[in-house]
Design a protein around this ligand. Structure first.
Ligand SMILES: [Zn+2]
Length: 55
């Protein structure tokens, strides 16, 4: 999952292991903005099929 800082646009890669929480907050290394991310349910569950929702 790719995250962009709202303030400066810096790109961060969020690993599966980091997505145990529904909401993740971290400080941007560039501008020190507090970046808040809501993780989709299918990412949190970390499904073996790659997280693609099935109908
Ligand atoms: Zn930033």
């Amino acid at each position: 999952m790719v995250i962009f800082c709202d303030e400066c646009g810096e790109r961060y890669i969020l690993e599966k292991n980091d997505m145990k929480e529904k909401v993740i907050m971290f400080e941007c290394e560039i501008c020190h903005n507090l970046v808040k991310v809501s993780v989709p349910d299918y990412e949190v569950k970390n499904q073996p099929d790659g997280g693609i929702p099935k109908d």
